[in-house]
Design a protein around this ligand. Structure first.
Ligand SMILES: [Zn+2]
Length: 323
């Protein structure tokens, strides 16, 4: 006979209301031990102890009691607005608790598809979709701040736009290349990545320049295929060009482009997990990928789930429902 669990009988005897309470307390403790906080109020007191007024940005608001959930309430000294520690973040108005969000963030870190996420989190597909897009709202414009420097490897990768809403006949007429969405990808010697949507089909010199110029420091060395479309970019950043003939049997070529090739194939594998997503969100998926890439690089110093939740709490972002 296996050694009995002293709590098994007690737990089996609980009514459903008490069992739900016990279960939530257990989850809260698990989260607290794993990431350092178990409720929104815990995390808010760590990361948003004194948030600025969401209306007028004034600091030093009066403390104004607590919500039922334990969240601190504030009243702005200059405009009088009342708010709480989550106002102005994507977690505001969340009906679920922090433990559900921690679970969700873990699944999103591993790019778990939406239907699986919905089932594991015990929420509807629609809710899981909305949560995903709340998270995306926090990485809107995230790549705008990324500037690669010194040696920068660049390449393009393509994914098929399977969106059939254009109509089958029309899609065929537009030809195969028009159904390929181009993603311009770059990574520098410091392992900072960038991935931006660069229109349909093979990009022109102008499209490449417009997509990547804001992300590359002046004077950098651009390393890539011997691709004429890269010339305008090199000129725009006053950089130098190290072009290699695409030759997979040449070890020098392979070594030079391995880094960016890897990034392209990782991005493709990542995107394949979301087959059927709407193409209008492609840049959001790429922003999230680049964000996670950087979070992973620092994972030894900073546990990933805790860091992502902190990011969600600190980002002034709002989820806009597209419907
Ligand atoms: Zn105010």
């Amino acid at each position: 006979m296996p050694k009995g669990n002293a709590f098994a009988e007690m737990v089996a005897g609980l009514d459903s209301g008490d069992f739900a309470l016990l279960s939530s307390a257990v989850h809260e403790r698990e989260c607290r031990e794993a990431v350092g906080f178990g409720t929104f109020a815990d995390a808010a007191s760590l990361y948003r102890p004194q948030p600025a007024c969401p209306s007028c940005r004034a600091k030093g608001a009066w403390r104004d009691g607590h919500e039922e959930s334990g969240l601190q309430r504030f009243r702005c000294r200059s405009c009088g607005r009342r708010y709480n520690s989550l106002t102005g973040t994507v977690l505001e108005h969340s009906k679920a608790d922090m433990t559900a969000w921690i679970q969700f963030v873990r699944l999103m870190r591993f790019s778990v598809p939406l239907d699986a996420t919905a089932e594991i989190c015990g929420v509807s597909h629609q809710t899981a979709w909305e949560w995903r897009h709340r998270v995306f709202a926090t990485v809107d414009g995230y790549q705008d701040r990324i500037v690669l420097r010194d040696r920068v490897w660049i390449d393009e990768t393509y994914i098929v736009d399977t969106d059939l809403s254009h109509g089958f006949g029309q899609a065929r007429k537009r030809g195969l290349s028009r159904q390929q969405v181009c993603i311009a990808v770059a990574i520098d010697i410091h392992k900072n990545p960038v991935a931006v949507v660069c229109g349909h089909g093979k990009p022109s010199s102008r499209r490449i320049r417009e997509s990547l110029e804001p992300h590359i420091a002046e004077g950098s060395t651009i390393v890539g295929d011997r691709e004429r479309a890269h010339n305008a970019l090199v000129k725009a950043i006053k950089g130098t060009h190290e072009a290699y003939k695409a030759d997979v049997s040449d070890p020098v070529y392979l070594e030079r482009v391995a880094m960016v090739n890897n990034l392209c194939s990782w991005i493709k594998r990542y995107l394949w997990r979301f087959t059927g997503m709407e193409m209008k969100y492609l840049q959001s998926y790429l922003n999230w990928y680049v964000y996670l890439f950087r979070v992973k690089q620092a994972s030894e110093r900073w546990p990933e789930t805790a860091r992502v939740v902190r990011h969600l709490m600190l980002a002034d972002a709002r989820f806009r429902s597209s419907t």
